[in-house]
Write a protein that binds this ligand. Structure first.
Ligand SMILES: Cc1ncc(C[n+]2csc(CCOP(=O)(O)OP(=O)(O)O)c2C)c(N)n1
Ligand SMILES: [Mg+2]
Length: 393
């Protein structure tokens, strides 16, 4: 692979001699309740294998516990299945557009797992399917947006798919111009501070978006006011067809943090454990009043930019093959199995659950009503002007 993107390094660190434990029935709900959780796995009362359960490393934060590891894998696999379904539907002309996060799921679930869903604010970007699922967004809500349905919680079918927004989970709507969410996140962090809330704001964007003025304005403002923001660059090496070397000058993304006097870290975003630790450390710093962090997670973009792109025109076949070989999903699955966190039978059940969920979500969204012209002013005006009211059914 041409870029310096993640190598396949196993990272279930802090191994102890503990071997696989007996699987316990059922998995306690994690801190973000939602309807879609894995039905198989270990009870949190079973500490599980020590190889993934504790300690800290150079990225500063604690390792995820066993239920978190299983939930992370589940949402990685669910995001992958949803992305593949939406992509196929776009090929069939059933949905207008697809943008995939395949290859970025490991980082995304780790980011979400380090937050308090519904209490911290999140400004995701368009590849963050796994991130929003892990926060609490459902598969059906993803499909409602893909089909542009009235019941789509992000925009009632107005926005392009993957412009995530969800009031309950404090996911704030993003705009299509890349990078606009970055200063908005800083502003929200200031508002939280002024209101005496201890919320942390996490914002994601690609390395291409880091070339915008918004990136620099957002980091500068947050740095000056020591705001509780975690700025996460999901660096997948490309902005559509523009490679990273034409986007970020040496010495690279994280060196920019020093220019603002804030903390910076760069991690292998195909490794969910490493990413979780770094994110947890950044969130802890932010909540403690120690200011923002710029976190670079190095990820893979396994697909073309969108369903409107053909990456074979700018990515050599050997690079694409190397990326597929470094796919974080099968790698994490193998690591969990080898560490005894989950068995082959439990994995089979989990994947069957996901397949059924994606089918049901697709069917439900497909038959859900589309918006009509009369729905145009919904959610636009707090109180509709007379002429707008007359449009309503
Ligand atoms: C301000 C602005 N410029 C250009 C575009 C067109 N555009 C959409 S996505 C994209 C690539 C962004 O790349 P990156 O930030 O690295 O994110 P990635 O798509 O790689 O995840 C561009 C140039 C845009 N939406 N907004
Ligand atoms: Mg990119």
């Amino acid at each position: 692979m041409a870029s310096r993107h993640p190598k396949a390094a196993p990272s279930l660190t802090n191994s102890s001699a503990a071997g696989p434990r007996k699987p316990a029935a059922g998995l306690r709900r994690g801190p973000n309740p939602g309807p879609e959780r894995p039905q198989a796995g270990r009870s949190p009362s079973d500490p599980g294998p020590g190889s993934v359960g504790g300690g800290t490393d150079e990225t500063g934060g604690p390792a995820p516990d066993v239920p978190t590891l299983i939930r992370m894998y589940y949402h990685m696999a669910l995001a992958r299945a949803l992305d593949e379904r939406v992509w196929n539907l776009s090929r069939q002309g059933a949905v207008p557009f697809a943008v995939s996060g395949r290859g970025q799921e490991a980082a995304q679930v780790a980011l979400a797992a380090a937050l308090r869903p519904g209490r911290d604010y999140v400004y995701p970007y368009y590849r963050d399917v796994a991130l929003v699922l892990h926060l609490g967004v459902t598969a059906e809500e993803i499909m409602l947006a893909a089909f542009g349905r009235l019941a789509d919680p992000s925009s009632s079918g107005r926005q392009m798919p993957n412009h995530f927004s969800h009031r309950r989970w404090r996911i704030v709507s993003g705009s299509s111009p890349v990078g606009t969410q970055i200063p908005q996140a800083a502003g929200t962090a200031l508002a939280c501070r002024m209101q005496g809330e201890d919320a942390v704001v996490l914002v994601t964007f690609g390395e291409g978006a880091s070339s915008t003025g918004d990136f620099h304005e957002g980091l500068n403002f947050a740095a000056i006011h020591r705001l509780p923001v975690v700025f996460v660059c999901e660096n997948n090496g490309y902005a559509i067809s523009v490679p990273e070397r034409l986007q970020v000058a040496p010495p690279g993304m994280v060196a920019r943090a020093a220019g603002y006097g804030i903390a910076g870290a760069s991690v292998d975003g195909t490794d969910p454990v490493q990413t979780y630790r770094a994110t947890a450390a950044a969130v802890t710093r932010a909540r403690a009043g120690e200011g923002p962090t710029l976190l670079e997670v190095r990820v893979l973009r396994l697909d073309p930019h969108t369903s409107s792109d053909d990456d074979s025109t700018y990515r050599p076949p050997e690079e694409r093959a190397a990326m597929r070989a470094a796919d974080p999903l099968p790698r994490f699955r193998n690591q969990l199995q080898e560490a005894g966190v989950i068995t082959a039978e439990e994995l089979e059940a989990l994947h069957a659950q996901i397949a059924a969920l994606v089918d049901a979500a697709t069917a439900a969204a497909e038959k859900s009503p589309a918006p009509s012209p009369a729905d145009l002013p919904r959610h636009v005006y707090a109180e509709s002007p007379t002429e707008v009211r007359s449009w309503r059914r």
